[in-house]
Structure formats: C-alpha cells, structure tokens
Design a protein around this ligand. Structure first.
Ligand SMILES: Cc1cc2nc3c(=O)[nH]c(=O)nc-3n(C[C@H](O)[C@H](O)[C@H](O)COP(=O)(O)OP(=O)(O)OC[C@H]3O[C@@H](n4cnc5c(N)ncnc54)[C@H](O)[C@@H]3O)c2cc1C
Length: 499
C-alpha cells in the first residue's frame, strides 16, 4: 500500500471549494507526506457569492482546529438560526425553518407526532413556538449552547453568514502555513495519459507543466478537468428546479443584523437577504423563462434595506449534477461537481461532504473502482435529496402567477412523491441513509408550505390528553423563558467576535 501512496495532489481553483479542500488536506493528511499544490487565476476570479451556511460548517471549522470567534471576526460573520420564508405559500405569509431539534418526546412518541395530533385538532400553537431557534430569531437574539441540562439552551444549533471571499482567504492562510503551495496562473491545457485516460498533468499559460497523482477540480461551473478534459457529462435538473439566473448585490446595513437568512418569494423566483457584520448580502434568483434581467434587477434593487454598494453581479447557472463527481484520478468539488440553487444554503456544505467522503475513500495510485463508484453513489444520493427538498418549496404553493403555476406543475421525483405521500397520510417523515436534512427540517417546510396530513400516527393515541397538553405547554413555556434570557444577536457579537 505505502509504495503506491498518493504523493501529490493538484487542486485547480482557489474559490471556496479549492481552499476548503486545500485546508482540509493540509490538516487531515498532515502525516502522509503528500505535496498539495493549488493553482488559481486572479484574472478569472471566483464566483464571489455564497454567504449563508448550515450547521455542519461549525464542525468543519472545529475539525480544522480553528478558533471560531477568530473566523467570525475575520470574515465579518454573523450567526444564523435558520431561514425565514416570506410570501412563499401566498403573499403575506411567513414561516420559519429553524435548525436543531424541536421539543422532546414522551417515551417513544416523538414531539412532532403528538404536536401534530393537537395541531390538526386546532389545539396546539404553530410549530415555531416550540423551537428556541425560531423564537430567538424572531426576536433578533442569539447565543451559543450552554450547559443547562433539560433546557433547549443545551441544544441551540446554529450556522454562520460570512463573506465567502474572506473565508477562502482565511483558509488560504491556514493552508499555506501548513505547506500548501499556491501558484497564481491560468491553466491552458490538461494532458491525459495515453494508456488509461487519467490526468497526467496540467500546463499553465507560462508553459509550466504541473503533474500529480490526484487532481481536484475546483475550477467552478466550467469544470476544466472533470468536463473539458474528461468529458464526464452533466445531468441537467432544470426540469425540477427551473431557476437559471441570479443577481447579487451587497448593500449598507440599516438595522441590527437578524440571526437568520430571509428569503422572499418573487414573481419569477425569490430574493435573499443575508446580514453580515459590515454589510447585507442580497440576491435575486430567477427563471429567465418568466422574467427578463431588467425586471429582475429592478425587483432586487427595490427591496434593499440600504444603499447598494456596487452594481449587481449577474450569474447564470444550470441546476444539475456532474455524472460522476469522481472520474479516474479527478475529483470535482464545488460548482465543478454540480449546482443546486442556494435556497437552503447547501452548496458549501456539499463541498464539505465531498471532502469528508474523499478523505474516507482516500485512494492510492491504484484508484480502486469500487471506492470511486461508492463515492459517486453517495454523492449523487445526497445531491438528489437536497434537490427534492428544494423542489418541495417550489411545488407546494398557492402563490399566484405564471411562474408559480409552472412550479405547481413541475414533475415530482419518486423519492419526493413518496415523502409527501407518507406525510400526507399520518405525518410520518423518515430520514434515509445519509440524506442531509433531518425530519424536523422536512416537517417545518411541509407544514410551512401548506401540506396538511389527514391524520396522526396511531401510537400517539396511547398518550392521554393530559400528557400531551402538559408536555406542549411545558415546551412552549421553557422555550419562551430561555429565549427571553438570551442576549440580542448584535450584543453577543460585540462581546465575543466583533469584526
Ligand atoms: C447566486 C449564487 C448564490 C449562492 N449562495 C450560496 C449560499 O448562500 N450558500 C452556499 O453554501 N453556497 C452558495 N452558492 C454556491 C457557492 O458560491 C459555491 O459553492 C462556492 O463559492 C464554491 O465555488 P467554487 O470554489 O466551486 O467556484 P469558484 O468560486 O467559481 O472558483 C473557481 C476557481 O477556479 C479558478 N479557475 C477557473 N478556471 C481556471 C483556469 N483556467 N486556470 C486557473 N484557475 C482557474 C478561478 O480562478 C477560481 O479560483 C451560491 C452560488 C450562486 C451562483
């Protein structure tokens, strides 16, 4: 095995994906004597958006051994407790998708199961009122979890909003300090080995030839290695997720930062608002078949909380997945591996998953096909389940308008149909294998988008009315009390991690 060990890794691309990979290899392959080299082109630049994350980013930061407060200070980050959906079911509606668990079970009966019985009978409050993340976000509060047994303060679950370019720069400093070498330059061509079609080297515009054992394609949408060189193929998922353009613009911040991402439905898509310490990120994701760029731009600029800081940046994308994220000796990460629109802030997480799985299936120079196949199957499964979750938001809505009529008639995937049918029957939601979103997330969005189960799980009837009522009242009262004790988000930042 050691005679065939990977000796050199070449990463092409220095956006979020490239530097997350470089930092992870520097840390987690530290004793394997692997040379890591990253090539990036300032002339081409990065996509420059991607500011909202989900809770596993905290594990990523901790596993690298980084000081979380230092990362926050240097990336202008704020905290995120979930996502607030404005106008998604119909104009004027609002619901919240919080991170973390909600309530507690009674014996083997889960909280959602008994809450649902009472809610269907009109006897329980909205789900959000039993979640500390939701209630804290509604009041602009935040704190990290603390040791307070038997209270929801123990389990506060959060992610970050950060400046993605500053995050990449931070990771670059970390990676370079641990021996990763960076080359500024443009890759001109990719050379394949005659015998097996593996990548042998890349050649820069300067004429320098860079060879390696393992190549990581972090070159963005184009997929310089995985597609241009290896012709891997791309599955277009626009039939399920029709948005194909975005405009992004930062603006001045006018109010204290919210501790959640706000996403507002629009005539032909939706708009995000992401608070950072030094500005607010905004963007309009839309479908070019139902609006034009000027109208989308006007809609975006009409709903900013402060003065725009630059001209909106226009981006085009095709939602979908690379047919094999790992092909031969090339692994694609980030936009090169596929793209799912940012409604649930999942792209950076999918980079993180790709890196974690690559470390688990880390090859030697034999590149065992069984490992590669398994990696690709898991990757496709997880991508597919995120696609389903996004499709849920679009397809279950009563919003008026041509675009939303189109969304109501989008074809369903079998896996999503089954999930919705199961939920409609008795409110059951099952998590399969390594799918990203837990049942709680599906529950909030199913209920939020207006799906109403016909009944509840039969075993809930083993609980007495008194048990359910007491438990629901307790959870709500404790959540309220704990939320009231939390500091305001801005105060927490000022005290711990002000940029
Ligand atoms: C509108 C929009 C909003 C988004 N919002 C979020 C969000 O809120 N949360 C989230 O998790 N994700 C979000 N994303 C996704 C996120 O932006 C990306 O996943 C992330 O930035 C990773 O990008 P990347 O590193 O793969 O590619 P890029 O940032 O495009 O980087 C590509 C790199 O490759 C280099 N390169 C390309 N060609 C060459 C060449 N020939 N030679 C040398 N170097 C080359 C470039 O210089 C660059 O360094 C969003 C994406 C879009 C489009």
């Amino acid at each position: 095995m050691s005679g065939k060990a990977i000796r050199s890794i070449v990463i092409v691309g220095g956006g979020t994906a490239g530097w997350m990979a470089a930092a992870s290899f520097a840390k987690h392959l530290e004793n394997m004597n692997v040379a890591v080299r990253l090539i990036e082109s300032d002339q081409i630049g990065t996509v420059g958006v991607g500011e909202a994350t989900i809770p596993p980013i905290i594990d990523f930061i901790r596993l690298l051994g980084l000081d979380e407060n230092d990362v926050i200070r240097k990336t202008g980050a704020t905290f995120k407790l979930g996502i607030g959906y404005r106008d998604w079911t119909k104009p004027g509606d609002f619901y919240f998708h919080p991170f973390g668990p909600t309530g507690f079970g009674i014996g083997p009966i889960s909280f959602p199961a008994y809450w649902l019985k009472y809610w269907l009978d009109g006897k329980a409050a909205r789900l959000e009122e039993y979640s500390i993340q939701s209630m804290a976000a509604a009041q602009g509060r935040f704190m990290r979890p603390v040791h307070a047994p038997n209270t929801p303060l123990n389990k506060i679950t959060y992610a970050l909003h950060f400046d993605a370019s500053l995050f990449a720069r931070y990771l670059r400093g970390f990676a370079e300090a641990r021996g990763v070498t960076r080359t500024e330059g443009k890759v001109r061509s990719v050379e394949l080995r005659g015998a097996d079609g593996f990548i042998a080297s890349v050649t820069l515009e300067t004429g320098e030839v860079v060879d390696g054992d393992l190549f990581i394609d972090c070159s963005g949408f184009r997929g310089l290695l995985i597609e241009d060189a290896l012709k891997t193929g791309y599955d277009d998922w626009t039939r399920w997720l029709p948005c194909d353009r975005a405009l992004a613009v930062p603006c001045e911040r006018a109010t204290p930062p919210q501790s959640f991402t706000q996403v507002t439905a629009r005539d032909a898509g939706w708009q995000w608002r992401i608070p950072l310490q030094h500005r607010t990120g905004n963007g309009h994701v839309y479908c070019s078949g139902f609006t034009d760029d000027d109208t989308a731009r006007r809609a975006l600029l009409a709903d900013l909380e402060g003065k725009p800081l630059v001209e909106p940046l226009a981006l085009r994308f095709t939602t979908g997945i690379r047919r094999k994220a790992w092909n031969k000796n090339c692994v694609a990460l980030g936009l090169a591996s596929g793209f799912l629109e940012p409604l649930e802030s999942t792209s950076i997480h999918l980079i993180q998953r790709g890196i974690a799985m690559l470390l688990k299936f880390f090859p030697d120079r034999d590149f065992e096909q069984a490992d590669i196949d398994r990696y690709n199957r898991i990757f496709e499964f997880e991508f597919g389940r995120v696609r389903d979750f996004l499709l849920l938001h679009y397809s279950q809505t009563a919003r008026p308008g041509a675009f939303w009529d189109h969304c109501r008639n989008l074809p369903m995937t079998d896996s999503l149909s089954e999930k919705i049918d199961l939920f409609k029957s008795r409110g059951r939601i099952l998590r399969e294998d390594t799918e990203l979103f837990p049942p709680g997330s599906w529950l909030y969005v199913m209920i939020g988008q207006g799906i109403r189960p016909r009944g509840h799980e039969a075993t809930v009837d083993t609980l007495s009315d008194q048990q359910i009522r007491t438990s629901l009242d307790d959870v709500r009262a404790v959540v309220r009390k704990c939320t009231d004790a939390m500091p305001m988000h801005q105060d927490f930042i000022d005290r711990n991690c002000r940029a």
